[in-house]
Design a protein around this ligand. Structure first.
Ligand SMILES: Cc1cc2nc3c(=O)[nH]c(=O)nc-3n(C[C@H](O)[C@H](O)[C@H](O)COP(=O)(O)OP(=O)(O)OC[C@H]3O[C@@H](n4cnc5c(N)ncnc54)[C@H](O)[C@@H]3O)c2cc1C
Length: 459
């Protein structure tokens, strides 16, 4: 395939990587876009997929399909695992664990962040984060299965545990998830069960700060808190979730004092992010410095100090004033491509200037926040603006049309068209939602509260 033209290797097909790749369309370079998921995911709508409004197909698009018209761009499925900056090679792993090597003249690292459990990785088994399609489907399974399991239990603490949902982290994702679970319980599920009252489901939101949505103006965040309260979300501030178990969490006050236990069978984690492992490795071998979360320090043109051929963009770019939002990643992708173009035409590079176009957060049906410089919207106006922005940036015309249609149907009928979840194959030996789980080997409580022996022993 290569005919001596410069080789550009982009790691990650998120907002940064995709926008970068698109810019090389007609340029005399060979571009390889490597992604561990082979698709572009529109992360801002992951929570709608997790709570049954949208399908995974509506919020994602195959990178191969998206870039089919870019004949000099090759898309590959693989996870970058090793970087050799001297040989200018990246080793990638296929899903079957075998590896292959890719060479580059320019490397653009756009691999994003993953959920951080602040060193308590064991929490992940019980408290999925919200970064990937897998996470969204895992949360969907947990949320909808919790109502189903509660329906089969007699009234009492066990049933209450299944009807209690904990969200750790009061940023936009935590707020969106908490609001959506209450909305689900009070609207879509309200009249569908016979033994339980879904409206009684408790949603507890824990955050270490003193308010939700710290990145928004206090007045907007206050408005969001009022709406969440009205929806029935129980908010606890100044606290950290310090333990997560199969059947609940422990919460500790930041200022000290006794810890409190809460029984909850569904715990969702949105409290922090950290660089993906490849980015940490790359920083190390490139001799670059990183911040506490693993963001890589970059020059004003987004290249790595001492390595003008390597760019770090998007969430991973560690530079003052660059927020972890899609707009920064998209602009960074375009900028890295522009720098490479300028190099190839022997023009000097320009510094990256991030233009803040504002941010938005969804709270509940009819309520969203929009903040763009002096412009601040809440309520219906915020909601309509939020919808317009999300549709505008959703990848793929088909996805845009089908998402608008789905939204209109769910507004009109209060239903959620994508509630299907699958059981089994979670890969976790103690995962409670698989038919292979150890529940089969233990005792089962029946709806009247009595215990029955496992089927295999009954006969
Ligand atoms: C739930 C959620 C809601 C959000 N809501 C908003 C919002 O409303 N507005 C907003 O502006 N921003 C929002 N964001 C933030 C926004 O999505 C990110 O800032 C943006 O996605 C960052 O883009 P990126 O290209 O840096 O990384 P990402 O979009 O995360 O893309 C990284 C890509 O790299 C791939 N990858 C990772 N490791 C490897 C590897 N080793 N090898 C190969 N590929 C790899 C991944 O598969 C992924 O495709 C939200 C984020 C989340 C998680």
């Amino acid at each position: 395939m290569n005919d001596g033209r410069p080789k550009v290797l982009i790691i990650g097909g998120g907002f940064g990587g995709l926008f970068c790749a698109r810019r090389f369309g007609k340029l005399d370079v060979d571009v390889t876009l490597l992604d561990r998921a082979a698709c572009h995911v529109f992360q801002p709508l992951l929570y709608q997929c997790a709570t049954g409004t949208l399908s995974i197909g509506q919020i994602s698009r195959s990178l191969r399909e998206e870039l089919a018209d870019h004949h000099n761009v090759t898309t590959l499925l693989g996870e970058a695992v090793r970087l050799d900056p001297t040989a200018r090679q990246v080793t990638a792993r296929r899903p079957d664990e075998t590896t292959f090597t890719l060479e580059y003249d320019y490397l653009v690292i756009a691999a994003g962040m993953r959920q951080s459990y602040f060193g308590r990785e064991e929490f992940a088994a019980w408290a999925p984060g919200m970064k990937t399609l897998d996470d969204a489907l895992s949360i969907r399974r947990r949320v909808f299965a919790a109502f189903e399991i509660a329906e089969t239990l007699p009234p009492g603490p066990e049933r209450d545990g299944w009807l209690t949902f904990v969200v750790s982290g009061g940023g936009p994702t935590g707020v969106e998830l908490a609001g959506q679970i209450r909305e689900l319980a009070t609207r879509a599920l309200a009249n569908e069960f016979h033994e339980i009252e879904p409206e009684e489901a408790r949603v507890l939101l824990f955050d270490g700060g003193d308010r939700v949505l710290k990145s928004f103006a206090p007045a907007l965040a206050g408005r969001a808190a009022d709406i969440l309260k009205k929806l029935g979300v129980e908010m606890h501030f100044g606290v950290h979730v310090t333990d997560v178990r199969r059947d609940g969490v422990t919460v500790t006050r930041k200022g000290g004092g006794p810890s409190e236990d809460y029984a909850a069978r569904t715990v969702l984690w949105t409290a922090g992010v950290e660089a993906v492992p490849f980015a940490r490795h790359a920083a190390e071998v490139l001799g670059a410095t990183t911040d506490r979360s693993g963001r890589v320090a970059v020059n004003p043109d987004l290249s790595v100090p001492g390595h003008p051929e390597v760019f770090v963009i998007g969430d991973l770019a560690g530079r003052d004033g660059l927020p972890g939002v899609a707009e920064n990643a998209m602009q960074g992708g375009l900028h890295a491509a522009a720098c490479i173009r300028r190099d190839l035409s022997a023009q000097p590079r320009k510094d990256f200037r991030y233009r803040d176009l504002g941010s938005a957060a969804y709270i509940s049906r009819g309520h969203a926040l929009l903040q763009a410089g002096p412009v601040k919207f809440t309520g219906l106006l915020g909601w309509l603006s939020w919808g317009f922005i999300h549709i505008a940036f959703l990848t793929g015309v088909r996805n845009r049309f089908s998402t608008v249609t789905t939204w209109m149907a769910s507004i009109a009928r209060a239903n959620r068209s994508d509630r299907t979840f699958i059981l089994g194959g979670s890969g976790h030996p103690e995962e409670p939602y698989t038919w292979e789980s150890p529940v089969h080997q233990g005792h089962h409580s029946t709806r009247d509260g009595s215990e029955r022996v496992p089927d295999s022993a009954a006969g």
